[in-house]
Design a protein around this ligand. Structure first.
Ligand SMILES: Cc1ncc(COP(=O)(O)O)c(C=O)c1O
Length: 414
């Protein structure tokens, strides 16, 4: 059985009151997860006892090398690829900019790339700026009329023989919509284009398999799921073997290491190893089984819990006329992430004021555009933005109920 009360005991931040003694209610999951104590402990243990750089022959240096190898293997199990297809960086955004600049070297004027209107702009600006540098045309997959998903009927008119790359996110960090990737990879690969996937939001809620997805590049970010800040990138052999690397000359030319810029955060790598072990334990499969098998089981168990949160949230929305909900209301094909505004006297209540009202009660209910710029453009919310609720595996049905009680109070009082 999924014991959420027990799970919560492993996160010290979930029971840490603010200066007024109020316990936190964290509804800002897509902004980043709390870290389980066991993860922080292992990170601290690395820093206390083994802090070193790569290449050291003494004990700490050897442990650091082992950590680096293990982190790559663990990330490979997480993404279902060989360790040699994974490299690390500061965060997903910096890896996206690094990848785009390197990959774009072979693009020429007259080529085009296809980006997505549902994406967080890390995965838009990085490719767009690289395209501008190379004089390459940028095309965008539009959103459906209601702004809830990508309109894939536009694909045939967007992808052609000169398309070099299609970049799309696996799930929206604001609407929670999951992308149907198969038609996109099929159309892109038919013309030899690379497919880049932003899985930063999706991988917190679904077991990602780069082989099943048939993508060429994929990005994840460890702090979203409960490790420290660490960018993770998968590339298949075709993309990994770049024409020329943006690297320090004496640094290794070995792959995948040649993609890693400067000294990496071995403490963050330690946290990823520990987090994936923590996550794998949620699935209840014996530790003797391969990490990938255990992670797959864990995602199923977490997914069932999150489905109950999705159901409870959508039921609550259904009962309230004052909620203007953006995105689709099906429980399927979505993560537990939702965008909405509150309406009073026919007007949107300023979401920043709502966030502040909740913030004063130590409740994290953020507002803004969350860098999903094309989504707010489509919904005509560039000035206003929206509120975003995003649940993680440690949120509870009681918290969903508490949120709605407070939303009722907030609408009545502002
Ligand atoms: C979908 C998505 N992509 C990319 C990013 C950027 O990730 P990072 O903060 O690791 O640079 C975020 C961060 O919120 C995100 O939600």
């Amino acid at each position: 059985m999924y014991d959420v009360a027990h799970i919560r005991q492993g996160f010290l931040g979930l029971s840490k009151p603010d200066e007024h003694g109020q316990l936190p209610l964290l509804l800002d999951g897509p902004g980043g997860s709390q870290l389980p104590k066991v993860v922080v402990d292992q990170m601290a243990n690395y820093l206390y006892h083994f802090n070193s750089n790569l290449g050291g022959a003494a004990h700490a240096g050897r442990v650091t090398q082992e950590t680096n190898d293990k982190a790559r293997q663990a990330a490979g199990a997480w993404l279902n690829c060989p360790a040699s297809s994974v490299f690390f960086g500061l965060n997903a955004t910096s890896l996206m900019f690094h990848a785009s600049r390197t990959i774009a070297q072979t693009w020429q004027a007259g080529d085009n790339i296809v980006l997505s209107s549902i994406d967080h702009f890390s995965h838009v600006s990085s490719w767009q700026l690289a395209a501008e540098d190379r004089g390459v045309q940028v095309r965008k997959i539009p959103l459906t009329a209601d702004g809830s998903a990508l309109d894939l009927s536009a694909l045939p008119s967007l992808i052609d023989e000169r398309t070099r790359l299609v970049a799309v996110s696996l799930a929206s960090n604001v609407l929670g919509t999951k992308t149907k990737l198969a038609p996109i990879t099929k159309a892109a690969h038919a013309v030899g284009a690379i497919v880049s996937v932003d899985a930063v939001h999706a991988i917190v809620h679904e077991c990602v398999d780069v082989q099943a997805l048939d993508c060429d590049v994929l990005f994840a970010s460890a702090y979203k799921i409960g490790a420290a800040r660490l960018g993770v990138c998968y590339m298949n052999e075709r993309v990994l073997a770049a024409e020329r690397f943006y690297k320090v000359e004496p640094a290794t030319n070995m792959l995948p290491n040649a993609w890693e810029q400067g000294t990496q955060s071995f403490e963050a790598q330690t946290s990823l190893i520990a987090l994936l072990e923590y996550w794998a334990n949620l699935g209840g499969v014996p530790a003797s089984e391969p990490l990938r098998t255990r992670l797959m089981a864990a995602y199923q168990v977490v997914g069932a819990h999150e489905l109950s949160l999705i159901q409870a949230f959508l039921d609550g929305v259904q009962k309230r006329d004052y909620i203007r909900f953006y995105g689709h209301k099906d429980t399927a094909n979505r993560t537990p992430t939702f965008a909405f505004n509150l309406i009073k006297d026919g007007q949107i209540i300023d979401p920043k004021a709502v966030s502040a009202w909740f913030g004063a009660k130590n409740i994290a209910l953020p507002s803004g555009n969350f860098y999903a710029l094309d989504v707010v453009r489509k919904l005509d919310l560039v000035e206003t933005g929206f509120l975003r609720v995003g649940f993680l595996h440690y949120n509870t049905i009681d918290e969903v109920a508490r949120l709605f009680a407070l939303l009722d109070e907030c609408v009545a009082s502002v």
